[in-house]
Design a binder for this molecule. Structure first.
Ligand code: ZN
Length: 341
């Protein structure tokens, strides 16, 4: 009960990449970079195990960014001529590559870090991929001319990689779809369908993470415009409840998401965000356990998976480490409270 995990990303050590950045530059290249990525991956697996998490991941140490790390292995994308594009409904500008031809995988995308992680932990292993709708929102289209068509093309490639990751021994494949919280109607109309295409044929556990973004200024500014009740999940949760996806990861602590929206996910595992990624303050075990208790009003105990609100990538290593420990300690306290009740 209450198996703990993080959403996915963790800070990159200063010897691997620039720190406190969402799109950091690597500190080295070639074989040295490959080795540094491997070292950082092992370091964070050990840290997650030491903190006491039940499910661990690679911390996304081998990819520059959660979307572009995948795109780098896709043929038909021009990375040399990036263009500035407003993403997440123009919430912030990003330099994005352009789709210029039919899409095809050049080969495996994440074999190196997935196989490395699998070889070095006996814990359940979760691996993250960007969702098709979020990819479409983080790349400039000069070829397909149709969002849904392009999303389905990406979904097929994601599916190829997901099936290969499953063969590598990954237990949970999670697709990250922050765009579901921005284009709610599109998410319900075709985003979930594209997601199911990406997960087609998988027998391992499948998950989707939907959030209000990393704890960067553009996101915290945006959140402050969303009012007292954040009801974005309300449109997409019913579509997800009807889908083949097993688990849904959502924001909870310090958000204005009405907790009763979790009822819309009946029949699914719910990864409840009990760690805030927009604040450097380390949660106390009591705060984490209280958040779990609030979620328990709407999610059965055997369906509740304590998690972080989003990735921890742009934070400092010390803060991220403190938050991993808080997640485990707070969950332990919640278990004790439940046993005593
Ligand atoms: Zn997120």
């Amino acid at each position: 009960m209450f198996e703990t995990s993080i959403v996915g990303s963790l800070p990159k050590p200063a010897w691997l990449a620039e720190t406190n950045k969402l799109w950091p530059q690597w500190m080295t290249e070639g074989d040295a970079l490959r080795q540094a990525k491997a070292d950082a991956t092992l370091l964070w697996i050990k840290a997650q195990e030491d903190a006491g998490l039940d499910i661990v991941g690679d911390g996304e140490q081998a990819r520059q960014h959660f979307v572009h790390g995948f795109l780098e292995q896709v043929e038909g994308i021009d990375f040399d001529n990036k263009v500035k594009m407003g993403i997440r409904d123009n919430r912030y500008d990003a330099m994005v590559p352009q789709v210029v031809a039919a899409l095809r995988l050049k080969g495996r995308v994440h074999a190196f870090e997935a196989q490395l992680a699998r070889a070095h932990t006996k814990k359940k292993l979760k691996f993250t991929l960007p969702g098709p709708m979020t990819i479409v929102d983080t790349v400039a289209d000069r070829f397909y001319g149709d969002k849904v068509k392009m999303a389905m093309a990406f979904a097929e490639l994601l599916n190829q990689e997901a099936l290969a990751l499953q063969a590598d021994g990954v237990d949970i494949i999670q697709f990250d779809e922050p765009a579901f919280n921005v284009y709610m109607k599109d998410a319900a109309d075709w985003g979930v369908q594209a997601l199911e295409r990406a997960a087609q044929g998988l027998s391992c556990t499948t998950a989707v993470h939907i959030c209000y973004g990393y704890g960067i200024k553009a996101n915290t500014d945006w959140k402050s415009t969303l009012g007292d009740e954040w009801r974005q999940y309300e449109t997409v949760f019913p579509a997800l409840a009807r889908s083949s996806i097993d688990q849904v990861s959502l924001e909870c602590i310090h958000s204005h998401v009405p907790p009763d929206l979790m009822k819309l996910l009946a029949g699914k595992d719910v990864m409840v965000g009990v760690i805030d990624v927009a604040s450097d303050t380390i949660e106390t075990p009591e705060e984490v356990a209280d958040t779990i208790a609030r979620a328990l009003e709407f999610v059965p105990a055997d369906r509740l998976f304590p998690c972080t609100n989003c990735g921890l990538a742009p934070m400092s290593r010390d803060v991220a480490w403190g938050k991993l420990k808080a997640l485990a300690a707070g969950t332990q306290l919640a278990k004790e409270r439940l046993a005593a009740a």
